[in-house]
Design a protein around this ligand. Sequence first.
Ligand SMILES: NC(=O)c1ccc[n+]([C@@H]2O[C@H](COP(=O)([O-])OP(=O)(O)OC[C@H]3O[C@@H](n4cnc5c(N)ncnc54)[C@H](O)[C@@H]3O)[C@@H](O)[C@H]2O)c1
Length: 463
Amino acid sequence: MSMNICCIGAGYVGGPTMAMIAFKNPDVRVTVVDINEERINQWNSDTLPIFEPGLDEIVKEVRGKNLFFSTEVDERIQDSDIIFVSVNTPTKTYGVGHGFAADLQYVERCARRIGELATGDTVVVEKSTVPVCTAESVRKILESYPHKANFQVLSNPEFLAEGTAVQDLLNPDRVLIGGEPSPEGDKAVQKLADVYASWVPKEKIITTNLWSSELSKLAANAFLAQRISSINTISALCEQTGADVDEVAEAIGLDTRIGPKFLKSSVGFGGSCFQKDILNLVYLCESFGLHEVAQYWHQVVIMNDYQKERFGQRIVKALFDTVSDKKIAVLGFAFKKDTNDTRESPAIDICKDLLAEHASLAIHDPRVSQEQLLKDLEMENGTADQISLHDDPYEAAKGAHAIALLTDWDSFKDLDYSKIYESMAKPAFFFDGRNLLDLEELRKIGFEAFGIGKGTKKKVAVS
Ligand SMILES: NC(=O)c1ccc[n+]([C@@H]2O[C@H](COP(=O)([O-])OP(=O)(O)OC[C@H]3O[C@@H](n4cnc5c(N)ncnc54)[C@H](O)[C@@H]3O)[C@@H](O)[C@H]2O)c1
């Protein structure tokens, strides 16, 4: 093998990213290490811990050849040329900056372990999303240990989106590498760029200074989330005026300066990154005294919370102002289709709001485990008896007063909604939180059907 690569953190990023690197670099030995033994066991089993279309095939192709999953964190730190740090960086829940700043304790722990154990020339790559200047802290920590190794710290943020991770990794819009502007820094950047160059065209591998690279990741997520909140503000207005948000999105998206992507109105964004990265950006701005800039970005998250709340309230209002003891079937719980990830899923907040209104929920998601679902809905006063979980969507809908569609799974397009309608209490309501279905078709079946940003007032006729 020409090189040893190790990645600390076998999560949604570490697993797929390293699988792709191993797949495209058969002469490089790649080991993904984690302290979570159960997760490593799952990576080594037939049922991988994360669901991503196309991932199983790639992992099975290279696992045991040049891709390994292991709990031997220390050993792999010792013998690796490149060490990726891909651990979680959640929002701090304590102390200074809680609720906004990124919690860097896991990154720091890795840096200390690497400082203590690494030998020879070692390139340490920040794959985790981190605040600007974290690489500097990592470098200081590494250099505080008696020198057994020569370290170079690089920033290489990951831009993959869950649900399309394999495609995004195969064909990235860009690979971003930030490094120190020095001959040693350039050499390290080149070493990492060569790994990607096995399959990524050279012009898509861009290099910047460390801080630009770190900030670009936060800024990219802020811009993406901002588009969702922006179209969601318009959805609220559409509902009041009789306009249709999908029509508005199409019309504005055809402007090449705006573009059509990420203009789909919904119950709101979710996932482990958008909210935490924006809050992190808000915290950074505040800490530099940029209050107006901080407020601007904070509003993107506030709007997202508003969108989720609005959806829950709309359900209650439509169901004659009470959902107490009414059964509501929830279709979809993952934060988007094609993933089993529920982190910050809008479904969590919406379900909690409905449970607080004493609704009973019958939940179906094609990929989220029942264990995960119950964990996400854990409430202080215990609401277990208000929740039932179903592998079969038809069972979930039986006897329900309403359906709330919360994830855009393709399989929901093919359900027999006439059969579902027949089995429900009447009047039967349908709340499509993803604008996935044709509301007119649902209305023809008999449903009282609502979408996001679909005005119900009579449209103004053009004479
Ligand atoms: N999930 C995404 O779509 C996505 C996309 C781009 C970037 N990111 C960023 O990538 C990073 C990782 O995200 P993720 O979704 O893969 O997280 P994750 O929670 O799925 O995985 C992180 C893993 O790191 C392990 N870990 C933590 N501390 C460790 C230590 N000291 N030693 C060994 N293992 C340790 C945990 O056990 C966990 O399995 C985050 O900073 C995130 O913001 C995520």
